[in-house]
Design a protein around this ligand. Structure first.
Ligand SMILES: [Zn+2]
Length: 439
């Protein structure tokens, strides 16, 4: 039995992990690297001779978005994901096809899969209910646990005769506004854990404090006649930020201004309201009504809105200002407005334009975004992540008591910091991509 990352080893990249168990090859997630393009963005699947099962934890780009490509190489693989995630995954994959087509027209980047491939994938994805063990083969079972994080997200428990292997996926032990908290199994022999917030600096921040800090800043910007953009991941932060902003408006903590969301945030919020069972019905009803009252969708031709300087809140994807996304395009203008603001909602990868904006704001106030931009607006970052906080990352192995703990999905210093903290309690491995670990 062994484990090997094909992406997401000592990085937050194209998450894809291989578990060889009872002669089966199980793939846990198959994402694409968030800031690489074309074939470079894929996990290292060329080393595989075969894949039997693919299990998708959730629908974020870095966990899902190479699935149709991987299936075109390994058409015999069967895919499992939670019932709550299946429709969502297919919707997001179709959107990825459109994004790739646009990029092909603009820069000639390869289109890795087509709508036809997504349709084929649809036939291979079997929905599973949370907490109901499913027999993959004799003596090998799979159970999905709710992982918090975003709607439909799962942690994955694989049980062979002599070992229980638990992969957290992206996980949150605390509940969010639109998603309930994760459920953990009682025990696991091997734990493969994410480590996004493995650095202690994030220790003191809690959601309430951050909401308060954001609302004070937003109030100031909006009252001075400026506008604020919140770049978000369309899935997860999109719904959380929208819910929070609407609550702040309704309770009078920030001025009643128009709120704009882009098409993908709208589609996924709609899916949350229609198909997801995790959210309290009363909260759901309130959310629906508040959206009807205050929220507009960014029109297809966004240029008039880009030039519209009235006070407003824009909740736009992508969360790290990835090139050519709507948040990137709006940032170009908003960053140059002295009374406006760009407020990030969570982690920015060091290679992302979002990270570059934060750096420029702290230093030269000059930035390269297609052309040189003077950063005149306010810029800040808030911790509204759907990932396990530092104390939660320590709590997970302490509750599960594994004989081996493997860290993936984190910047190197974050994962090493976790190792240092827990080195006397657990046997810890932090594999690189293509490094095989015996279990
Ligand atoms: Zn995620």
């Amino acid at each position: 039995m062994n484990f090997m990352p094909l992406g997401g080893g000592r990085e937050i990249g194209a998450n894809c992990f291989i578990l060889r168990i009872n002669n089966f090859i199980i793939m846990l997630d198959c994402g694409r690297h968030p800031v690489k393009d074309g074939y470079e963005s894929l996990p290292e699947i060329d080393v595989l001779e075969r894949v039997d099962f693919i299990i998708i934890s959730h629908s974020h780009y870095d966990h899902l978005s190479s699935l149709p490509y991987v299936l075109s190489k390994f058409p015999d693989a069967t895919v499992f994901t939670s019932k709550e995630n299946r429709t969502l995954a297919l919707r997001i994959l179709s959107n990825s096809v459109e994004v790739m087509k646009k990029k092909y027209e603009k820069d000639g980047e390869p289109v890795l899969y087509s709508h036809k491939d997504v349709k084929k994938a649809k036939k291979k994805i079997f929905p599973l209910q949370y907490m109901k063990p499913f027999e993959l083969s004799k003596g090998l079972s799979l159970t999905l646990y709710p992982a918090g994080h975003v709607m439909g997200a799962s942690s994955i428990l694989i049980e062979a005769s002599d070992k229980r292997v638990f992969y957290t996926g992206d996980i949150s032990l605390s509940s969010q506004l639109t998603v309930p908290e994760a459920t953990l199994p009682d025990q696991a022999d091997i734990v493969i854990s994410e480590g996004t917030y493995g650095l202690k600096e994030t220790l003191s921040v809690n959601r309430e404090m951050e909401t308060h800090r954001l609302s004070r800043k937003l109030k100031k910007i909006l009252e001075s006649g400026g506008r604020a953009m919140l770049p978000v991941f369309a899935l997860g932060r999109g719904q959380e930020a929208l819910y929070m902003i609407l609550k702040l408006i309704e309770t009078g903590k920030i001025p009643r201004v128009p709120v704009y969301i882009n098409g993908m945030v709208h589609v996924l919020t709609d899916l949350l309201l229609k198909e997801h069972n995790g959210m309290d019905p009363e909260k759901k009803a309130w959310f629906k009504e508040a959206i009807r009252r205050y929220v507009n969708i960014v029109p297809r031709n966004a240029s008039s809105l880009i030039d519209d300087k009235r006070p407003m809140i824009l909740i736009l994807s992508s969360g790290m200002l990835i090139e050519d996304t709507l948040s990137y395009i709006f940032a170009h203008q908003i960053l140059q407005e002295s009374n406006s603001a760009v407020y990030f909602m969570g982690y920015q990868s060091p290679e992302s334009p979002g990270f570059a904006v934060l750096e420029a704001f702290k230093s030269t106030k000059k930035l390269e975004l297609d052309e040189e931009v003077d950063v005149l607006s306010d810029v800040d970052i808030f911790n509204f992540s759907g990932h396990a906080s530092y104390p939660e990352l320590l709590e997970i192995p302490r509750r599960l008591q594994p004989e081996k703990l493997i860290y993936v999905h984190g910047d190197e210093d974050a994962l090493e910091n976790l190792r240092e903290e827990l080195q006397y309690e657990f046997q810890i491995e932090i594999p690189e991509n293509l490094e095989r670990i015996a279990l």
